[in-house]
Design a protein around this ligand. Structure first.
Ligand SMILES: [Zn+2]
Length: 160
């Protein structure tokens, strides 16, 4: 008998992956049963614990993991546990400011959009490096347009 990797939260049958449909009873983990199914797998339990969970489900005991475990399983499902906190290095920060200045501040906003949901300081840093540059560029444009308008030859003076 191979290593147990996951068990069905309904009938306790072995499954290859925690979120798959159970081949024995047809149960498909949905809603709150998704984190519970992840817990009833080798991703969160060691083989001994998993066999114990399987045994309990098979004798008809309801499978009620602790709230801590459910929260951890939800984080794992959301992928947050896998994502590293993101923070700009000094070099990346300088490159982002240069990119904002030389190309377009849309670059910084695109970076911010990409990192905003990652844990860590990255999202806020991207805004700090982008918003002032984008304001400066906008003001620069307005100033340049005013300067050029003033430099244009004035319209023909009125007849009167
Ligand atoms: Zn089942």
């Amino acid at each position: 008998m191979g290593e147990l990797t996951a068990v069905c939260t309904e009938c306790g049958s072995a499954k290859d992956l925690p979120l798959l449909r159970c081949a024995s009873c047809g149960h498909i983990p949905a809603g709150d049963d998704r984190p519970r199914s992840l817990i009833a797998s080798s991703r969160m339990l060691d083989p001994t614990q998993l066999r114990e969970v399987q045994r309990r489900i098979q004798v008809g005991e309801p499978f009620r993991p602790s709230l801590d475990r459910i929260a951890a399983a939800r984080r794992m499902l959301a992928g947050a546990a896998a994502a590293d906190p993101f923070q700009f290095t000094v070099t990346q920060a300088i490159l982002l400011v240069l990119g904002n200045l030389l190309l377009t501040p849309a670059l910084g906003f695109a970076v911010w959009y990409g990192v905003r949901s990652r844990p860590g300081l990255g999202g806020r840093q991207a805004l700090w490096l982008t918003v002032p540059v984008s304001l400066a560029v906008t003001l620069g444009w307005i100033g340049w347009m005013y300067a050029n308008r003033a430099a244009l030859p004035t319209a023909t003076p009125g007849v009167l």
